[in-house]
Design a protein around this ligand. Structure first.
Ligand code: HEC
Length: 144
C-alpha cells in the first residue's frame, strides 16, 4: 500500500463518519432539502402493531387501562367495558381517528386496517359483544 493510498483511506474514513453522524440526526439533515410541511408533533410516526390486541395494549391501555375500565384521577378516562356507546361501530371509529376532547386523534398514526382492528377488538372484548365488525372502508369514511 502506498503512502498516498493510506492517507486517502484515512480521509475517506473521516468523511464517512461525518456522513453517518449527519444521518443519525435526520432533523438536521432534512434542513438542507426542499421544505416540506411537517406535522407539529412526532413527524410521520406510525404504529407498527397490526392486531387489535397489540394496538390496544400499546396505545389505548395507557388511558383506558388493561381491563378497559378506564380511570379517574388527573383526568377522566371512560370505561370501554360493557359500553353501549360502542354498539354503533362508526362512533368508536370516529373517536379513534379524529379524537374527542381529552382523547387524542390517532388517525394520522394508524392505517385504516389498524383502526378497524383495534375498534373490532374493543367491541368484542371487555364484556362487549358487537359482532358486526367494522371495515377499513368504515374508517376511510370518517377521515377528514
Ligand atoms: C391519552 C389518553 C387516551 C388514549 C391513549 C386513548 N383514549 Fe380513548 N378516550 C380518552 C378520553 C379522555 C375519552 C373521553 C373523551 C370525551 O370526553 O369525549 C376517551 C373516549 C373514548 C371512547 C368513547 C367512549 C364513550 O363512552 O363515549 C372510545 C370508544 C375510546 N376512547 C376508544 C379508545 C381506543 C380504541 C384507544 C386506542 C386506539 C383509545 N381510546 C386511546 C382518552 C384516551
Amino acid at each position: 500500500m502506498t503512502r498516498e493510498n493510506t492517507s486517502f483511506r484515512a480521509g475517506f474514513a473521516v468523511a464517512m463518519s461525518a456522513a453517518s453522524l449527519l444521518l443519525s440526526f435526520p432533523a438536521y439533515a432534512q434542513g438542507s432539502g426542499p421544505s416540506v410541511p411537517e406535522p407539529a408533533l412526532s413527524a410521520g410516526f406510525r404504529f407498527a402493531e397490526n392486531s387489535g390486541e397489540e394496538l390496544f395494549a400499546n396505545i389505548c391501555q395507557g388511558c383506558h387501562m388493561s381491563d378497559g375500565k378506564g380511570a379517574t384521577g388527573a383526568g377522566t378516562y371512560p370505561s370501554l367495558a360493557g359500553n353501549s356507546n360502542l354498539e354503533a361501530g362508526g362512533y368508536p371509529v370516529s373517536i379513534v381517528v379524529n379524537g374527542q376532547r381529552g382523547m387524542p386523534p390517532f388517525g394520522a398514526m394508524m392505517s385504516d386496517d389498524q383502526v378497524a382492528a383495534v375498534v373490532n377488538y374493543v367491541r368484542t372484548h371487555f364484556g362487549n359483544r358487537y359482532l358486526d365488525a367494522v371495515t377499513s372502508e368504515d374508517v376511510r369514511a370518517v377521515r377528514r
